[in-house]
Design a protein around this ligand. Structure first.
Ligand SMILES: Nc1ncnc2c1ncn2[C@@H]1O[C@H](COP(=O)(O)OP(=O)(O)OP(=O)(O)O)[C@@H](O)[C@H]1O
Length: 553
């Protein structure tokens, strides 16, 4: 059980607030946030004499004035909140961070930041990879995938697929919960890969200028890391494999139409944005109520509170993060100005409720690994029993037989797991060595290593094959050659041994076999020829132009 962690952050005055001579109405001291009541606000008109309202959160971040010694920097927010997220991922827990607040209050600044002043998402990603590099040294291995979506007007759009117009369906798996059907997932092997995904997704995101913010996010964006960590435990050398999903969420601003000056399309967007946020509010309230009921539970008073997750796409997708299997952090972003009193009070009340949500995070352990661990426990107990046994010999024989059976099971399962993980790592390494990366609808080859790109001899085929050239000799020929050549070509005129490519210190040379028709661009070769990267086509065709050809890249 873990409560949702809640932090509040106040930003500096923006130009509009400065122009209005806005008054500062937020104060912070340690974990406390104080909001000074504004004259003529609804509260005062209701006859309340309160001069301020106090709230206590896990963190209150004072980012009002850069010059102030208490100024909470991006680095501080990361070290308080981001490091927890990384720890959770490495331990195998799901995690979620979402930023909530009125438009222009600093959500995107806190979550994404700018290139000079990076926010939580890039910092978490960078640190995740440095921790992985350190873990690899001690024998662990990892697999990380990224997806990035936005919810705009209650429709889900994949920000990384390149197909921007298409909206995707949200479905619910009986065990794994809600998911987006056909959402693209991108394998990333270092921070540069992930940064490329972030930048591409951010460019696709729907933003517009409103009176409150020049670049206002008009959609809710969910950046998700799926992280698998595997290795052997140090103390007893058991397989260990965990999976963690990390949702990093930048919500669109909560807003009143009159404050933002919204009309037309902006007004329609606002209605949809608010629908999700109102539902988020109802979900938070319902969860907070249900947690409080659980606290003062009496057998009679026990009541099942209905949580309206499915009333909006946002809450449906974040179901696990809100009241489920996740360690969740909410960051409430607020304006410091008196003109935003109403919105700020509502954000702080929202955040105050969220503190009461109790989640149930559990380590997501691979089921086979769990079985192996349980078997090992049983084996240890049986061994201890044998060691201390004073029972008759027959009973001991029975225990011994059980022990042997369990040991055999453990051995088979461990071998299977090791083989599966070794294969996964091999595939990852091959992909990395090839340097293949998805870019929009295309696939980009980033590798520094020399390759041949083979085009099938069948004109109707779309088959393209990449052959990684190894240092030394690569044999090219037909399947008739014994042993099978490194690169097998089929098609008219391909000899069993057609040619060889010798790679030495980055220089590739093509050596045609006697009698083979090897063309280098338009020249039929009769002697070894050096291949130049980029410009050169090693055409192995003989009589027909559609016969197979290899391009050196
Ligand atoms: N802590 C901060 N320190 C300095 N500048 C900030 C801070 N927070 C926000 N800002 C600035 O305030 C402006 C609005 O912030 P931002 O775009 O993050 O708001 P938002 O809540 O994401 O708005 P929207 O909901 O409209 O997308 C930006 O110019 C941003 O650089």
């Amino acid at each position: 059980m873990a409560s949702v962690k809640v932090a509040v952050r106040v930003r500096p005055f923006n130009q509009r607030e400065k122009d209005m001579n806005a008054k500062l109405i937020v104060q912070m001291d340690g974990k406390k946030t104080r909001l000074l009541t504004v004259k003529n606000s609804k509260e005062q008109n209701d006859g309340s004499r309160e001069k301020y309202k106090d709230f206590t959160f896990d963190h209150s971040y004072w980012s009002f004035d850069h010059g102030d010694s208490h100024y909470a920097s991006q680095e501080q927010v990361f070290s308080d909140l981001g490091v927890d997220v990384i720890d959770s991922a490495f331990e195998g827990y799901n995690a979620c961070v979402f930023a909530y607040g009125q438009t222009g209050s600093g959500k995107t600044f806190t979550m994404m930041g700018s290139p000079e002043c990076q926010g939580l998402i890039p910092r978490i990603c960078r640190q995740l990879f440095s921790r992985m590099a350190a873990g690899k040294e001690s024998g662990s291995s990892y697999r990380t995938e990224v997806s990035y979506l936005e919810i705009y007007n209650e429709r889900v759009k994949d920000l990384l697929s390149g197909d921007s117009g298409h909206s995707l369906r949200v479905r619910e798996h009986p065990k794994l919960g809600p998911y987006v059907q056909d959402l693209s997932r991108h394998l990333v092997s270092d921070y540069d890969d992930i940064q490329e995904c972030m930048q591409r997704g951010n460019q696709q995101r729907t933003t517009a200028s409103t009176q409150m913010n020049d670049v206002s996010s008009r959609s809710h964006a969910i950046f998700t890391l799926t992280f698998v960590r595997a290795g052997y435990t140090r103390h007893n050398n058991l397989p260990s494999e965990t999976l963690s999903k990390v949702h990093l969420v930048d919500l669109a601003g909560s807003e009143r139409a009159d404050a933002t000056g919204a009309t037309g399309q902006r007004l329609v967007e606002g209605a949809h944005i608010n629908k999700s946020l109102v539902t988020l509010g109802s979900v938070i309230s319902a969860l907070a109520d249900s947690s409080q009921q659980a606290d003062n539970r009496t057998p009679k008073g026990k009541k099942n509170v209905f949580i309206p997750y499915r009333d909006s796409v946002l809450t449906w997708l974040l179901k696990d993060s809100l009241g489920g299997n996740s360690k969740t952090i909410m960051i409430a972003a607020i304006s410091p100005a008196d003109c935003n009193y109403g919105e700020t009070l509502s954000t702080l009340r929202y955040a105050n409720r969220a503190k009461n949500i109790i989640n149930k995070p559990t380590i997501n352990e691979d089921p086979n690994v769990k079985l192996i661990r349980e078997l090992r426990d049983e084996i240890d107990k049986l061994r201890a029993q044998i060691a201390h046994n004073t029972n008759p010999v027959e009973a001991e024989a029975g225990v011994l037989a059980t022990l042997q059976r369990k040991e055999a099971q453990e051995k088979v399962l461990t071998e299977k797991w090791t083989e599966k993980w070794r294969e996964t790592q091999q595939i990852l390494q091959e992909q990395k060595a090839l340097g293949l990366r998805k870019s929009g609808l295309g696939v980009v080859l980033d590798s520094d290593m020399p390759h041949l790109v083979g085009i099938d001899d069948n004109l109707l085929s779309t088959g393209v094959t990449l052959y990684h050239l190894k240092e030394g000799e690569t044999v090219i020929g037909s399947a008739e050659l014994e042993p099978t050549p490194d690169i097998v070509l089929s098609g008219a005129g391909v000899l069993p041994l057609h040619c060889r490519v010798v790679l030495r210190e980055g220089v590739a040379t093509l050596l045609p076999a006697p009698g083979a028709h090897c063309w280098l661009n338009t020249v039929l070769l009769d002697a070894p020829a050096k291949l130049s990267q980029g410009e050169c086509t090693t055409r192995l065709h003989t009589t027909h132009p559609s016969s197979p050809h290899l391009t050196y890249v």
